[in-house]
Ligand binder design. Structure first.
Ligand SMILES: [Zn+2]
Length: 452
């Protein structure tokens, strides 16, 4: 395809830039979603207060490819005014930015991106910038701006997702079908489902080691090994909450685990601390009140900033789960989280350094599922040079995965969810907590049975 974008304002005839629509008269057919319109109105309102002297410099662009969405991020030198609309035949999404110019290249879309085939840009009406996303299918789009944080400056985020059934819903129904299929002559035990959550991703790198290691890459590598290890175990199945380099908000992580009816949620991290000597792994559960230690508080604040860095749109603040999250009253879930975390910590202790010999508690947002026991494992400190080196080693990642899975098995052997293989091979559990478990898992089991 031949196209160009200009750094100054007045070369490249519009019609050679953009085939298929008329640059001068604008879109012939538009479809802007209601949420987008209201969002844009809000944004217009907020940026209209900002006086811009001259053109805003768009100095960087990234494209992140998730399983059910594609995110395009533009680095803007200041807040911008923009509008987004879609055009059909062929499908494309147009982002018009008022009084802006682009330097550098736009990134290429991934070959396996099911939504976006490419990005291009051009100058419009002398001073304005137009960025076009060429699409492979009709999409829903939303856009929002993010303020600077420790990692990036001002950004414009454009999220597109398929207009048809989201990939996540398809996955969930597939999972339900596969676990619900019973062999002839008997009822099959359902698998215990473990949600393995690789921390950070996409726009949010997590902590960065002195040697340049990104936490998001390490957490994904360990999570994939852990999931593979779980899937080799009879009666257990792993669901990877993130399986690639893309951003998922903390809330979406919880929602995905719940959609998959997970029995346990394990979030994998490798964080940094201000003191580089600090080392060893730790296991955290959610606290209702204060954090156990200064480090626990510090880490929870860092982890909870992920949404700020990665970028959560205003629209997401309203989702239904928000109300549920604020009201964490599920004591049984908290109790089981602690028990499972203890089992995992004892296996990590056998592997080597632990930072804290007892489980730590802090207000990690990602652990707030009301009905899924949840823990967050800080596998090691990426800020410690020795541990950073270890975290990069496939061999060490595997050892971590092996330890984690042993702890998880220990927990399910003592507290088997009803209807699973663990419940059938039963060695009696040590106390009455098993009786609490049906309460914890009742919604999942009820849904599961209802589907049969
Ligand atoms: Zn982290």
């Amino acid at each position: 395809m031949s196209w160009c974008y200009s750094l100054s304002n007045d070369f490249c005839a519009p019609k050679t830039l953009f085939r298929g629509f008329d640059m001068a008269s604008g879109p012939t057919r538009t479809s802007i979603t209601a949420s987008l319109a209201s969002l844009s109105a809000l944004l217009l309102l907020s940026v209209s207060l900002v006086a811009t002297a001259g053109q805003v410099h768009i100095h960087g662009a990234r494209i992140w490819n998730g399983p059910d969405h594609t995110r395009v991020v533009l680095d803007t030198a200041a807040p911008i005014r923009h509008r987004v609309f879609s055009l059909d035949d062929p499908h494309r999404l147009v982002v018009d930015i008022t009084d802006a110019r682009l330097s550098g290249d736009l990134p290429a879309a991934a070959v396996d991106d099911v939504l976006v085939s490419g990005l291009r840009s051009g100058v419009r009406q002398g001073d304005d910038l137009r960025v076009v996303l060429d699409l492979k299918q009709p999409v829903k789009a939303k856009s929002f701006q993010l303020k600077p944080n420790g990692t990036y400056g001002h950004r414009l985020v454009i999220d597109v997702s398929a207009r048809s059934l989201p990939a996540q819903a398809q996955l969930a129904s597939r999972a339900a079908t596969s676990t619900a299929s019973a062999p002839a002559g008997g009822v099959r035990d359902r698998d215990v489902i473990i949600a393995v959550d690789a921390g950070h991703g996409g726009e949010d790198p997590g902590a960065i080691g002195a040697g340049g290691t990104y936490e998001k890459h390490v957490t994904l590598a360990i999570s994939r090994k852990l999931a593979a290890r779980i899937n080799r175990q009879q009666g257990m199945r792993a669901v990877l909450i993130r399986d690639g380099d893309y951003f998922i908000s903390l809330r979406q992580r919880i929602a995905k685990a719940r959609a998959q009816q997970a029995d346990l949620f394990v979030s994998i991290h490798a964080d940094a601390f201000k003191d580089r000597r600090v080392r060893g792994s730790s296991v955290y559960t959610l606290s209702n009140g204060g954090a156990t230690s200064e480090a626990a508080k510090w880490l929870a604040e860092r982890e909870n900033r992920a949404d700020l860095i990665g970028g959560v749109s205003l629209a997401e603040q309203n989702d239904v789960l928000a109300g549920v999250l604020l009201d964490m009253t599920q004591n049984a879930t908290l109790e089981h989280s602690s028990i499972a975390a203890e089992r995992v910590l004892s296996k990590l202790r056998a592997l080597g350094d632990v930072h804290q010999t007892r489980i730590q508690k802090a207000g990690f947002a990602v652990l707030k599922s009301p009905d899924i026991p949840s823990m967050l494992v800080e596998t090691a400190f990426i800020s410690n040079p020795d541990e950073e080196k270890r975290l990069r080693s496939g061999n060490y990642q595997q050892k971590l995965a092996d330890s984690l899975v042993q702890g998880i098995i220990d927990y399910f052997e003592d507290y088997p969810p009803p209807g699973t293989r663990f419940a059938r091979d039963d060695t009696p559990s040590g106390d009455d907590l098993g009786a609490v478990l049906p309460g914890v898992h009742a919604p999942a089991v009820a849904d599961h049975l209802a589907r049969r």
